[in-house]
Design a protein around this ligand. Structure first.
Ligand SMILES: NC(=O)c1ccc[n+]([C@@H]2O[C@H](COP(=O)([O-])OP(=O)(O)OC[C@H]3O[C@@H](n4cnc5c(N)ncnc54)[C@H](O)[C@@H]3O)[C@@H](O)[C@H]2O)c1
Length: 325
């Protein structure tokens, strides 16, 4: 029996993680703590809301008293920490909110885990992080667990700081922690501010599709359900104190990705003419990282995880989800 506190469970990745754990592990209690910021949508969890092993609490991870109450009431044995301010553009405008939630909120959860888990046996603090903490790559090379930290945006700087605190609690207090750093996720439930939903929504509204700079920046894309399977595996089989890099082995230039989305959208909508003319290049994002790519050897060799999803099929699924949303 585990009582797992999942933070940020009403957001994009969190909602998939919560649904997966609640349905797969009926003997675990899943306690979803989410502040319900603009980026969340609690209706994503409609289908599990009446499950006996699911509990939702609206609250802020920075609120120490409230989180302590949750530890008391539900006898929390494990934490899977996803709650975060997650949009790079917002972090450029307002870094403070990112420092609050992503750094202070994480420290708060670490402190309470440390204080509440006396023996630390059967406990785990699993911190979900991003590959953006490693900065940017040129044409060649990959990020791995050994890459040095070099964050460029206030968002990635706040996540990097949180990662360091998680490791510091392992080194200093022997708090049982695991971290994973994942590349760009896509799929249903993602907030419309992010790249793929922005493109799809522009197509739906027949408005311009904004593309930063020259569109040549490269991202590695992973379907959210593949990420969730990696999280499940790492949570159950990962080694305490270790970090795992997760990626889709699926590098695509932004402009090519946008053209692929347009192609799928036009096919689904049976458009006679391509919507490619909607593409509109706009001023580049400040501090825009050029390329992200992940070497997934460690998680592949040690835990047997590989991304299973076919990119075009899942892109189609994603386009259809936004069309029906
Ligand atoms: N989306 C990606 O491509 C990606 C890739 C790698 C890692 N990550 C990491 O995964 C996690 C989830 O990302 P996402 O894309 O689902 O983000 P999201 O913005 O969709 O969801 C974040 C959730 O956290 C909640 N939240 C925000 N501040 C909170 C607070 N103070 N207290 C409690 N809840 C709060 C929000 O209400 C929201 O439901 C983040 O930690 C992010 O850094 C995301």
């Amino acid at each position: 029996m585990k009582n797992i506190l999942i933070t940020g469970g009403a957001g994009f990745i969190g909602s998939h993680v919560v649904k997966y754990f609640v349905k797969k592990y009926r003997n675990y209690n899943i306690i979803n703590l989410d502040k319900l910021t603009y980026a969340s949508n609690i209706s994503f969890l409609e289908e599990i809301k009446n499950f006996k092993n699911y509990f939702f609490i609206q609250g802020d991870i920075c609120d120490m008293e409230k989180v302590q109450e949750i530890f008391n009431k539900y006898k929390i044995s494990n934490v899977i920490h996803l709650a975060a301010e997650s949009h790079v553009d917002n972090s450029i405008e307002n870094a403070l909110e990112f420092a609050n939630t992503n750094i202070i909120g994480t420290i708060n959860l670490l402190e309470l885990s440390r204080k509440n888990w006396n023996k630390k046996k059967n406990n785990l603090f699993y911190h979900i992080s991003t590959d953006e903490v490693f900065g940017t790559l040129n044409q060649s090379g990959f990020f791995s667990e050994n890459s040095k930290y070099d964050p460029h945006s206030p968002y990635s700087a706040s996540k990097a700081s949180a990662d360091h605190f998680v490791r510091a609690f392992y080194d200093t207090h022997k708090l049982p922690v695991i971290l994973s750093n994942c590349s760009n996720n896509y799929g249903p439930n993602q907030h419309k501010e992010k790249l793929i939903p922005t493109v799809i929504n522009s197509l739906i509204k027949n408005t311009k599709i904004p593309v930063y700079g020259n569109g040549l920046n490269v991202r590695d894309w992973l379907y959210v359900e593949d990420h969730v399977e990696a999280i499940d595996l790492i949570f159950h089989k990962g080694t305490i104190g270790e970090t795992y890099c997760i990626g889709g082995e699926n590098e695509i230039k932004n402009i090519d990705l946008i053209k692929m989305i347009i192609k799928e959208y036009d096919l689904i909508q049976q458009k006679k003419y391509s919507s490619v003319d909607l593409i509109s290049f706009v001023k580049d994002r400040l501090g825009h990282d050029y390329r992200y790519a992940i070497d997934i050897s460690k998680i592949k060799n040690e835990l047997g995880w590989i991304p299973k999803t076919n990119f075009i099929d899942s892109l189609k699924k994603t386009v259809n989800w936004y069309l029906n949303d």
